[in-house]
Design a protein. Structure first.
Length: 137
């Protein structure tokens, strides 16, 4: 029994360490400018950000059908599943504060990573997505 238990515990520990080492920091430094911000943002903080900064690029990455059920005022819809999704993202200004959201956080999390790779400096992802936002209204 011990011979089976030790390899399993070792494998579980290695898996845990691997998951921990791949977590991304909220901010990283860049040699060509201010820190890059790429993180989740709670609904209350997003409300404050939208009130304080009229230049925020607010992107809803849900389908048109989902958007028809409600959306955050001022958001532009780029359907994550559309064939030209990445081309639509290229229309955005990578130097402006950008916030993405979807229904619950999956698609927006992937979008946040795409934007990071595209060189966006300040990207936020609405924690819990539109589901959380609408529940707090």
């Amino acid at each position: 029994m011990k011979m089976l238990l030790y390899p399993l515990l070792s494998l579980a520990f290695c898996g845990w360490v691997a998951c921990q080492s791949t977590s991304e920091p909220d901010q990283s430094t860049s040699s060509d400018g201010p820190p890059v911000i790429n993180r989740l943002i709670p609904a209350a903080e997003l409300r404050d950000l939208l009130t304080q900064n009229s230049e925020v690029q607010l992107i809803d990455v849900r389908t048109a059908k989902e958007v028809s059920g409600g959306h955050i005022s001022g958001a532009v819809n780029y359907d994550f599943y559309s064939g030209d999704f990445r081309q639509q993202l290229q229309q955005l200004d990578p130097t402006k504060t950008t916030v993405v959201y979807c229904k619950s956080g999956g698609r927006s999390g992937r979008t946040r990573q795409i934007l990071k790779k595209m060189g966006f400096r300040e990207v936020y992802d609405l924690e819990g997505g539109y589901r959380t936002w609408s529940a707090q209204q």
